[in-house]
Design a protein around this ligand. Structure first.
Ligand SMILES: Cc1cc2nc3c(=O)[nH]c(=O)nc-3n(C[C@H](O)[C@H](O)[C@H](O)COP(=O)(O)OP(=O)(O)OC[C@H]3O[C@@H](n4cnc5c(N)ncnc54)[C@H](O)[C@@H]3O)c2cc1C
Length: 418
């Protein structure tokens, strides 16, 4: 890190999570079209964020997100690590049911856009994005650094870091996650609620191959997803559980935890063995009312947190990053001040409704499926049967999973943002 105390750039990004890193490339990588000078700040060191214990999750990456990662130069490193999702199976059963009949199945025959998504471990995505950033001299990294202050002026914003550095740029992007301090400093309010649930995450080795099948098992406490990883006999698990039960499970010994895991996993993949640690994440829905303030725009979880049952959060964040780069590119083309509030409002107009719709759809599905009432079960199983028997409905859902619906930013179509 240099000793310079005052650093000028075109854009400052606070937060080097997956969305912040992708935003840095979308704005700074010459191959993405803009080649702006970007400063990116994170409270944690890069080494810490790459450590195996940092994030045990794997993400479903939609086809549109894959296009974007390709355009940013990161997919080339990820291709060999990505497991295409070849088939999606939905079941709805009680915990004690030994047999879990398939209520809904999506496979290759349902759509041309196949595979609609890929599974990738987050640590690989983070590494691939960081490797690309390392190749781009316009992007500078400041970590570990906390933001002490954010001041929006008439032409420039300043970010004052806790080590005394002052970063200035016409635009600051808040990619600092669900508890975004920049969002709070700018007085941008959120709406939302806690689900009283946690998402338990673990990696499971199983005896029989997954054949690329992603399973969404709706159990009484909520969705229990078994997601195929690149190794044929390894899957990633996202197990939604009531908060008090999840806390008990997380503090239980390995034997008790694994016993409860086996009860839910079933025996269709043969014997199972957990590999490595277990993680648990709080689940909530949270939507920023506004995505823009003078010289500030929000992306990713800083703008919206959605239930992970359909694996959307990061995909939506990538779409934010792509749309923001395009809006900034258009402003630059017109010779406008790209950090001005009206440019932020254009970005907000593009992304807010899409994110709101996704969040409420996930909210409704979670409520419908985290419910053990026989009447509700009957209604939802009728709904699943309707979709199963409607090719048009299936095509709609696969297009959604592929991230190809709505106004698609250029980067998600695989071309440069500007
Ligand atoms: C169990 C689970 C499974 C999921 N599965 C999927 C999936 O399959 N597909 C999918 O698309 N999404 C999925 N998601 C959602 C996805 O993981 C998130 O939406 C995504 O990781 C959000 O990334 P982000 O970069 O916006 O925020 P974060 O990952 O929270 O990153 C924020 C960054 O900001 C930094 N930071 C915070 N405050 C400051 C500060 N003051 N100064 C400097 N830096 C700061 C932090 O250190 C961090 O690096 C899942 C979520 C959960 C909980």
């Amino acid at each position: 890190m240099s000793d310079v105390r005052e650093i000028k750039s075109d854009v400052i990004i606070v937060g080097a999570g997956l969305v912040g890193l992708a935003s840095a490339l979308a704005l700074g990588h010459p191959r993405a079209g803009l080649g702006l000078k970007v400063s990116i700040v994170d409270a944690q060191t890069i080494d810490f964020s790459l450590a195996p214990e940092f994030d045990g999750r794997a993400s479903a990456i939609s086809r549109a997100s894959k296009n974007m990662l390709e355009a940013l130069g990161a997919w080339q490193d990820l291709e060999t690590k990505a497991q295409p999702i070849c088939d999606i199976v939905v079941t709805d059963s009680k915990l004690e049911d030994s047999n879990r009949p398939t209520f809904l199945r999506f496979d290759q025959q349902d759509n041309q856009q196949w595979p609609a998504a890929y599974m990738l471990e987050n640590r690989f995505i983070r590494q691939a994005l960081l490797d690309q950033i390392g190749n781009v001299k316009q992007i500078s990294f400041y970590a570990p650094c906390n933001v002490n202050d954010f001041v929006a002026g008439s032409h420039l914003a300043e970010i004052i870091l806790d080590d005394g550095k002052v970063l200035s740029a016409p635009l600051v992007i808040a990619a600092d996650g669900r508890n975004s301090s920049l969002r709070q400093r700018a007085g941008l309010k959120t709406i939302g609620w806690d689900y009283g649930q946690r998402g338990i995450v673990a990696t499971i080795d199983h005896e029989r191959p997954h054949n690329g099948v992603a399973e969404e098992n709706f159990l009484p406490a909520g969705p229990f997803a078994i997601l195929p990883l690149k190794q044929p006999c390894r899957s990633s698990l996202v197990w939604t559980e009531r908060e008090d039960i999840a806390n008990g499970l997380m503090s239980a010994g390995d034997e008790e935890f694994d016993r409860e895991l086996e009860r839910r996993f079933g025996d269709h993949l043969g014997e199972i063995k957990r590999s490595g640690a277990r993680w648990s994440y709080p689940l909530s829905m949270q939507l920023a009312k506004d995505y823009a303030a003078p010289r500030l725009m929000l992306v990713g979880d800083a703008a919206h947190v959605v239930h992970p049952l359909a694996g959307l959060g990061f995909n939506l964040g990538l779409r934010d990053a792509a749309a923001l780069a395009e809006v900034v590119g258009e402003a630059l083309h017109l010779g406008m001040d790209f950090g001005a509030l009206d440019v932020g409002e254009n970005y907000q107009a593009w992304r807010r409704f899409d994110n709101l719709t996704a969040a409420f759809m996930m909210d409704a599905l979670n409520r419908l499926f985290s419910n053990n009432s026989p009447t509700v079960r009957h209604i939802r199983d009728l709904g699943l049967a309707l979709v199963e028997n409607s090719p048009a409905a299936k095509r709609f859902f696969i297009n959604e999973a592929a991230g190809l619906s709505g106004k698609l930013p250029k980067l998600m179509r695989g071309s440069a943002a500007a």
